[in-house]
Ligand binder design. Structure first.
Ligand code: PLP
Length: 377
């Protein structure tokens, strides 16, 4: 298989698995237990929290373990709204946020919250001025992600963070696609979320940074885990794995980014020269690993299917809901025509991809697109 869907998930590194294994076998104590077995697991959790905090650039007590990027976004949005009901009931989101944020905001609409969605420009970047215009005296929460998962377009989070700070609005930055790729915008936001399976760590685990003093309510009621804000037995093995994976990602960042962008740039250049009517979606600064490309006269789902038949894994931004395919909300918000939205495919590179694979994918893609267009193979 040629795996070009690393923005969806990445394989678990063997070094990460090795670090996790003792906590899945002999160190099985509950980290909240008072006895030696519990303390041994708690030590692993403590160490993982310290490591992750150091890598994020914050204090250890500002890191809260969660089940991943979806929970981080849900907690930030719902927790910030619940903590500051006196200020009002208005939420500002970029229209290109992950469903973790969009659906959370929709949940809050049922409780009388108003939501303003701010569209990006045609390049896929959200303009800080547009966010400033959307904020109101009763805005309690704003979210603009560090980089978009479909296009890879990097967002101006520093400027947006400054605006939110000036206006006293809680700012959440979804860093799921940028952890281990870009620096964490920790000084510019009140909270940020990461997900371990995006950087070769275990699935179902992540961290939410919450700035000390930021107003946020607890999310999961239960035991006293995560300083009483998020109940549930801590997954020690996943915490340890997440810390090792993030350490590796941050340590190898420059080299990784250089290698991956060279692969991706070669791929994009070859696609554009070999296949007529191919268009890159998104502009400006884009993540090294991500390329979102539309193919005139094709349906992205069909391209995906034909590549899959050739053992190549990619994705489209469309979501399947109740059996019907829903067009990408990200490309639609960028104002792209429907034909371009429907024909988009996302290719996302990872550390195991090779130059040889690039050539193979371009050839298979050309066959698939020509086949769909009926122009022969
Ligand atoms: N936010 C972004 C930008 C993502 O790309 C994803 C996953 O694709 C998530 C949130 C959700 O993360 P998780 O799978 O850990 O729930």
């Amino acid at each position: 298989m040629i795996y070009l869907d690393n923005a969806s998930t990445t394989p678990l590194d063997s070094e990460v698995l090795n670090a996790m294994t003792p906590y899945l076998t002999e160190l099985y104590g509950n980290p909240s237990s008072q006895h030696a077995a519990g303390r041994a697991a708690a030590l692993g959790v403590l160490d993982a929290r310290d490591k992750i905090a150091k890598l994020v650039g914050c204090a250890s007590d500002e890191i809260f373990f969660v089940s991943g990027g979806t929970e981080a976004g849900n907690w930030a949005l719902k927790g910030a709204c619940a903590a500051d009901t006196a200020r009002g009931r208005h939420i500002v989101l970029s229209a290109i946020e992950h469903p973790a944020l969009i659906e959370s905001a929709r949940d809050m609409q049922r409780y009388g919250y108003e939501v303003t969605f701010v569209n990006p420009d045609e390049s896929g970047a959200v303009k800080p001025d547009d966010i400033a215009r959307a904020l109101r005296a009763d805005t309690v929460f704003c979210a603009v992600m560090a980089a978009n998962n479909e296009t890879g377009v990097i967002q101006p989070v520093e400027e947006i963070g400054k605006i939110c700070k000036e206006r006293g609005v809680f700012y959440y930055c979804d860093c799921v696609q940028t952890a281990g790729v870009l620096p964490f915008p920790v000084r510019h936001c009140d909270a940020l979320g990461i997900s371990s399976h995006k950087f070769y760590g275990p699935k179902g685990f992540g961290a939410l940074y919450i700035k000390n003093g930021a107003a946020i309510s607890r999310f999961i009621s239960g035991g006293n885990q995560e300083r009483g804000l998020r109940g549930g037995t801590t997954n020690a093995a996943a915490a340890v794995g997440c810390a090792v994976a993030l350490e590796n990602a941050v340590r190898g960042k420059e080299e990784h980014n250089k290698r991956i962008s060279a692969l991706k740039d070669k791929f994009v250049a070859e696609v554009l020269s070999e296949i007529d009517g191919a268009h890159v979606n998104g502009g400006g600064e884009i993540l090294p690993a991500t390329a979102n490309i539309s193919f005139d006269g094709c349906d992205g789902e069909n391209v995906l299917f034909l590549l899959d038949m050739n053992g190549i894994a990619v994705s489209t931004g469309s979501a399947c809901s109740a059996g019907a395919v829903k067009a990408s909300h990200v490309l639609t918000a960028m104002g792209l025509p429907e034909s371009r939205v429907k024909s988009a495919v996302r290719f996302s590179f990872g550390k195991y991809n090779t130059v040889e694979e690039v050539a193979e994918v371009v050839a298979a893609l050309k066959r698939a697109v020509n086949g769909i267009r009926g122009t022969g193979c």
